[in-house]
Design a protein around this ligand. Structure first.
Ligand code: ATP
Ligand code: MG
Length: 337
């Protein structure tokens, strides 16, 4: 069996980083027909680990994320889209996995460390937040997923999951499937920088182009995009390292030859930022236009979108419950069976 599980936190609308890091790969994998099962999770319980005081944001964004999914071409006939908090088996599994992980191991997780600093959690970390990698292990293993298409920031989570799987299998017999990370083959896409040049486009940092932005907004964002501060006159030689306009061309433009020529010209001098940005905008619009069109159709009928989530959640519950029963049997906590 080849099974995929991946997901996103409903903490905002999805952006171009999500698109190249994970969404675009998911749609490709979905349409390859090579996978038996594809589970796509809206991770609302995980979002609450750092949004406990703001549940309204999480609730609102369930529909936004679902619309983003359907707009990029995730197809409910091929992929099961579900809501994490509505699958109780995930929380039972988390409780058992927590016994196999130490607090110091959780504190060493580089992504979590980063996020703790970003959110000013240093002096007081919500326990649920520190433990979210364990709940992610439950999300992945509850579906017997062996492939997890995500961005690079998720590598430590996959490593943690693999450790838990090995420990479970060692203690209780071969009960869980060990998953593999699936990173985009295009290195630029594994961690897309923000329009401000910061290392990661992220909802939290507010440096995003959203899949739902209209053409005018995208044009304005491209205009303010970080380039090379030393490239003052058009005739000056420019730098492409750290110049996000070129990074985005690497991530989005299929015509690699034209991009290579533009890079060469820019470095030599004589190619202005305005021209490169105009080209990037065309490339982005080609990607975003069909996404917007699909969104318009689904937006007209939010009740139908909620029905898709309800049906997906029922299917997810069935599979997760089956795995939970298998785990409890292996742990010999199936007293009444
Ligand atoms: P938050 O700030 O709430 O954590 P986020 O923007 O990091 O939001 P997530 O929902 O945490 O988004 O991540 C969902 C998926 O998108 C993960 O697989 C993650 O690796 C991927 N992803 C997020 N941002 C990027 C990015 N800039 N480049 C590539 N992949 C990304
Ligand atoms: Mg994140």
């Amino acid at each position: 069996m080849k099974t995929i599980l991946t997901g996103d936190r409903p903490t905002g609308k999805l952006h171009l980083g999500h698109f190249v890091g994970s969404l675009r790969e998911r749609v490709k994998l979905q349409n390859s027909g090579e996978y038996d099962k594809i589970f796509i999770m809206i991770a609302d319980a995980q979002a609450l680990t750092d949004h406990a005081d703001n549940p309204a944001t999480v609730r609102e964004n369930i529909l936004n994320v679902a619309l983003d999914y359907l707009s990029v071409g995730l197809d409910p006939a091929k992929s099961t889209i579900f809501i994490q908090s509505q699958v109780p088996a995930l929380f039972e599994l988390t409780a058992y996995y927590l016994n196999l992980v130490t607090v110091s191991r959780l504190e060493r997780n580089p992504t979590v460390k980063n996020e703790i600093a970003q959110k000013n959690f240093e002096t007081s970390i919500p326990a649920g937040f520190l433990c979210y990698p364990v709940s992610q292990a439950a999300d992945i293993t509850a579906f017997d997923a062996n492939i997890v298409p995500v961005g690079e920031d998720q590598a430590p989570m996959l490593e943690q999951t693999r450790e838990i799987v090995r420990k479970m299998n060692e203690l209780y017999g071969e009960v869980l499937v060990e998953p593999n990370i699936f990173l985009s083959s295009n290195e630029t896409c594994r961690r897309l920088p923000g329009i401000d040049g910061k290392a990661k486009m992220s909802k939290t940092l507010g440096n995003c182009i959203y899949l739902s932005d209209d053409a005018k907004t995208v044009a304005a964002k491209v205009k303010e995009m970080y380039t090379d501060p030393l490239h003052i006159k058009v005739s000056d030689p420019g730098h492409i390292e750290g110049n996000v306009v070129f990074t985005y061309l690497d991530a989005f433009c299929e015509d690699k030859k034209t991009v290579a020529e533009m890079k060469e010209h820019y470095q030599r001098g004589g190619l202005g930022d305005v021209k490169v940005k105009k080209f990037l905008l065309e490339v982005l619009e080609e990607v975003l236009t069909p996404i917007r069109q699909r969104r318009t159709d689904y937006e007209k009928n939010p009740a139908a979108v909620m029905e898709i989530l309800k049906a997906g959640t029922a299917a997810a519950n069935e599979k997760a419950y089956e795995v939970l029963r298998r785990v409890k049997r292996a742990m010999k906590i199936n007293y009444f069976e």
